[in-house]
Design a protein around this ligand. Sequence first.
Ligand code: SIN
Ligand code: CO
Length: 393
Amino acid sequence: MNQPLALLNQLTSSEFLDQYWQKKPLLIKAAMPNFAGLLSPEELAGLACEEDVQSRIVEYKNGQWHTQHGPFTEKDFAALPEVPSAQHNWTLLVQSVNHFLPEANALLQQFSFIPHARLDDLMVSYAPNGGGVGPHFDSYDVFLLQGQGKRLWRISEQTDLTLVEGAPLRILKNFDTKQEWLLEAGDMLYLPPHLAHWGIAVADGDKDCMTYSIGFRAPKNQELASEFLGFMQDKINQDAIPLTGMYQDTNLSLQAHPAEISQAMITSVSAQLQKIQWPASTVAEFLGRYLSDPKTHVVFDANKEISQANFVKKAVLTGLTLDLKSLMLFEGEHFFMNGEMMACQGDAAAAILKRLADNRLLTPMDLADHLNNSELSLSLFAWYQAGYLHFPD
Ligand code: SIN
Ligand code: CO
């Protein structure tokens, strides 16, 4: 489990976490030797034309940055300069490619030394020679894996993070290169959050640059708080908030202004509200539901009608695999699938579900002798019907 990895410059996952994660950049030459990419520029452009794919074209034209959001048409691509120049260049960025390509999902699995709860998606970019999104910083950790072509990465540890005013993306006003590396196919660069960077596409013969960004997510504390409070609204009548009784004012004294909210009332209500507390299990449930909740544009296609008995028969023969868009997490014996929670009784069934969550698939061997557990087979069947999991192809 904790062997030195080529993917991490011969560090073990623990060494990487201790020394680099969220701390400093790491250049990894030949992180994935022979990696030539997972899809062609044409296939990436094809994805960017699909309704349910999130994509952007960033154009640099006469000293200004412009962003357009997909879905795109062939006409949009035809309008881009055929021969890019220093005055006019562009890049195409496609988000969540792992939702559409099994190979991209498999690539992300190699980064399982970071918890799934922190993973965001695989973004793939394409840019002709000289293209890119300009000097900027991101709020999140990212591994930048080079596909076909090359990219010149410049990084800067500058604290001046002033942005160009009025630009549609966060471009740094001043960029002070501290180090630069030319990444070739299979090389990778890890960047912690807020580190200024600038990737410039470099064509390699007839191969333009494609970069694979393995991106992580870290909710803002403000966002966690507001989501948590929303979640708690549903819990208001449950044990999580042990408030009983009603407002009392046995010692009410005569007020000069009947319309005034008295200090006594504020103090009394404050004291009640300060009793609001929640056990760690409530936070665990909130995190499980929130972090496994798919982004708003994600939809699942329900699987066609099949009886539970036939589902079980087939599953033990073929195994099961999570849908590419499914998010599955667990805490103890609580399982979170695409925002829904399922509590699982029994160690054997929980072990199977943990394996499904960790590996995103179950082999026939994993399932052998376990689908006679009616609770487990019912849950898997319900998830299958909802399109959250499938039989492998
Ligand atoms: C890119 O792949 O063009 C941009 C990646 C980044 O700088 O975050
Ligand atoms: Co970036």
